[in-house]
Design a protein around this ligand. Structure first.
Ligand code: UDP
Ligand code: MG
Length: 313
């Protein structure tokens, strides 16, 4: 009997867990595979853990990995991947944005030999500004990345055990899992998926954290941002060289003394601004190198519940 693991990170989702559990059961109870539901409680300070413990009591398929504190979405998913024993692992969020019915399609493709099946978001049910920013982010990601980065896809998807084992061996600290999943290669398929609506109005991943995630994906999979400094340097050197020639020419021919205090100030501000931005970009790379050298674990587990009789390497 094939085992499928569902990995679901939870951060203060007390009110949504029942809705999610019901919706997921509506799908998995119809299947012949054996399922395990791994909820990773990422330092919730509401009643999420109590809720999960209750669900676990009535359904032994439900297992809980309880963190010592909040370690973030990507690390919670990584922990779920580490604890999963399934022949395939499905990652999904707890907020109903990832429609559980899609699991049918994921399993179908997996049975037909695909190693990775993931959702491509057709349309996000969020405001226009956020949607435009997401679209820009994904477009830039596909343009600058060293690998074929899938457009508009997040973590929602299925990975075969082969892929899971490879991802578990990647020691990277500032993780962008959709990128790492694409980096593995093998046989992958993206399925267009209508995104559901969050059961409440407050995303748990803050805007600042989304920006950090965007930087993680750009920096982990591209060195192009590092080259911006060289490109801009060459560009400005070229402009200034032309400018010098023009000034010398005007001085020697018509003898004009060029004036322009304000334009000089504007130029100085522009160029120093650009210099600081490029130093900042280099800083983003250095910060991540520091995280790699510190080599701290991705997460600390306080307790695991429901994993009896399971052996972990
Ligand atoms: N989440 C988490 N740790 C965090 C933030 C979020 O485990 O620090 C979980 C959250 O409970 C949800 C999933 O990660 O199940 C995605 O969060 P959210 O819906 O806020 O992200 P978005 O869909 O806006 O990217
Ligand atoms: Mg969400």
């Amino acid at each position: 009997m094939r085992v499928i693991s569902l990995v679901i990170p939870v951060f203060n989702e007390e009110k949504g867990l029942d809705i999610l559990y019901k919706a997921v059961c509506g799908v998995i109870n119809k299947r012949e595979e054996t399922f395990e539901l791994i909820f990773v409680n990422d330092g919730s300070y509401d009643g999420s853990l109590e809720k999960l413990l209750n669900i676990h009591k009535s359904d032994p398929r439900v297992k809980i990995v309880d963190f010592s504190r909040n370690f973030g979405h990507q690390n919670a998913l990584s922990a779920g991947i580490d604890f999963a024993r399934g022949d395939a692992v499905i990652l999904m969020d707890a907020d109903m944005e990832d429609p559980p019915e899609k699991i049918y399609d994921f399993l179908e493709y997996w049975k037909n030999g695909y190693d990775v099946v993931y959702a491509i978001r057709k349309k996000r049910k969020v405001g226009v500004i956020k949607r435009t920013l997401f679209a820009l982010y994904h477009k830039l990601n596909t343009i600058i990345s060293d690998i074929a980065m899938p457009d508009a896809s997040g973590i929602f998807g299925l990975m075969d055990r082969k892929v899971v084992n490879i991802i578990r061996r990647i020691p990277e600290k500032n993780r962008y899992l959709p990128g790492l999943r694409a980096w593995v290669g093998l046989k992958q398929m993206g399925l267009e998926t209508e995104r559901g609506k969050r059961y409440d109005k407050n995303p748990r991943v803050s805007f600042a954290k989304l920006i950090k995630l965007a930087f993680d994906s750009y920096i982990s999979f591209s060195k192009i941002p590092l080259k911006i400094a060289s490109f801009l340097g060459i560009f400005f050197s070229f402009i200034s060289f032309i400018g010098i020639l023009v000034i010398i020419f005007l001085k020697l021919t018509v003898g004009i003394q060029l004036r322009g205090w304000s334009s000089i100030i504007a130029l100085i501000l522009l160029v120093t601004g650009i210099q600081l931005i490029t130093i900042g970009i280099i800083g983003e790379y250095i910060g991540r190198i520091l995280d790699e050298t510190k080599n701290r674990p991705l997460y600390i587990v306080k307790e695991i519940i429901g994993f009896e009789n399971q052996i972990y390497e």
